[in-house]
Design a protein around this ligand. Structure first.
Ligand SMILES: O=C(O)C(=O)[C@@H](O)CO
Ligand SMILES: [Mg+2]
Length: 258
C-alpha cells in the first residue's frame, strides 16, 4: 500500500494551520507536507510533529511575493541574492524539521525575458541550491505545473523538467511528479512514471477536473497506485487536492482504491 502524506495547505483547511497536524494524525496519516513553513518559528512546527508522531516530508522554498502572483524566482536573472537567501532559509527549516526533500518553484518567465535566458538562470540557480543542500542529505525537487492553473510558469511538461535535471548533473536534484498537473498537460501517466521512476523523488495526487480527491474525475488511480507498488516506488505520495466536500468525508478513496 502506498504511503500517503496529508498536504496541510489543502486538507483540513477549516482549522488553523497548527491544528491541522493533529487532525491529520487522527485521520490516520503518518506524514504531512505543506507549501511554506516560514510564517511560523520552526520550533512551533517541530512541536506539532513531535506531539502527533508525524513526519514532515516536503515543503517549498520561499516563492517570492505569493500574494502578488509570484511562483518562485529561480528563473529570474535579477534576483540571485534573493534566491540564494531563499535556499538558505529552506535549508535551515529543513534541518530544524528533519525534512529530506524541498521543492524549488522555478518561477514564471519575467515579461520580456528570452525563455533561453530564463532556462539558463534556472539551471544555474538549481545547481547552486542542490550543492548547498547536498552535504545535509537533502534533495531538491522541481515540479512541472499545468499552464491552465499557472500561466507563464517555466516548467510545464515532464520532459522539460527532466531535461533540466539531466543538464544540471546533480544527483540530489529530482522530479516532483504531480499526477494532476501531468494529466492536464500531457497524459501518458503510466509510461512516464515507468520510464522515469529513478528520477522521481516525490509524487503528488489530485483528480481532474476540479483538483479534488482521487476517484472524482478522469484519472484511474486504482491502476496508478498498483503501478507504483509494482515498480517498487518507496517515496511518499502527497495528497494535494481540494476535498470535494470536506476532508474527512473525502478520505474513502484511500481504502477503496488500494
Ligand atoms: O501546486 C502544486 O502542485 C504544488 O506542488 C505547489 O508546491 C506549487 O504550487
Ligand atoms: Mg504539486
Amino acid at each position: 500500500m502506498p504511503k500517503f502524506a496529508a498536504n496541510l495547505s489543502m486538507l483540513f483547511t477549516d482549522l488553523p494551520f497548527l491544528d491541522r497536524f493533529g487532525a491529520a494524525r487522527a485521520a490516520g496519516f503518518k506524514a504531512v507536507e505543506f507549501l511554506f513553513p516560514y510564517a511560523w518559528p520552526a520550533e512551533q512546527i517541530a512541536a506539532q510533529l513531535r506531539a502527533h508522531g508525524l513526519r514532515l516530508v516536503l515543503f517549498n522554498l520561499p516563492p517570492g511575493d505569493w500574494d502578488a502572483g509570484e511562483r518562485g524566482m529561480a528563473c529570474h536573472p535579477d534576483r540571485g541574492d534573493e534566491f540564494r537567501a531563499s535556499v538558505a532559509a529552506a535549508r535551515d527549516y529543513a534541518l530544524a524539521l528533519n525534512v529530506k526533500q524541498v521543492h524549488c518553484m522555478a518561477g514564471k518567465i519575467p515579461p520580456g525575458l528570452a525563455p533561453e535566458t530564463a532556462h539558463a538562470t534556472c539551471l544555474a540557480n538549481l545547481r547552486y541550491a542542490a550543492d548547498l543542500l547536498a552535504p545535509h542529505g537533502i534533495n531538491l525537487l522541481i515540479e512541472p505545473i499545468n499552464h491552465f492553473d499557472m500561466p507563464g510558469y517555466l516548467l510545464g511538461r515532464s520532459a522539460e523538467a527532466l531535461a533540466v535535471i539531466a543538464a544540471a548533473g546533480r544527483p540530489n536534484l529530482l522530479l516532483q511528479y504531480d499526477v494532476y498537473h501531468m494529466q492536464r498537460m500531457e497524459g501518458e501517466l503510466s509510461n512516464t512514471i515507468r520510464a522515469n521512476l529513478a528520477r522521481i523523488g516525490h509524487v503528488q495526487i489530485a483528480d481532474t477536473p476540479g483538483r479534488h480527491e482521487p476517484g472524482t474525475g478522469e484519472i484511474n488511480y486504482r491502476h496508478l497506485f498498483a503501478l507504483l507498488d509494482e515498480l517498487g516506488y518507496d517515496g511518499w505520495i502527497g495528497c494535494e487536492y481540494h476535498p470535494a466536500a470536506g476532508t474527512l468525508s473525502g478520505l474513502g478513496w484511500i481504502t477503496e482504491l488500494n
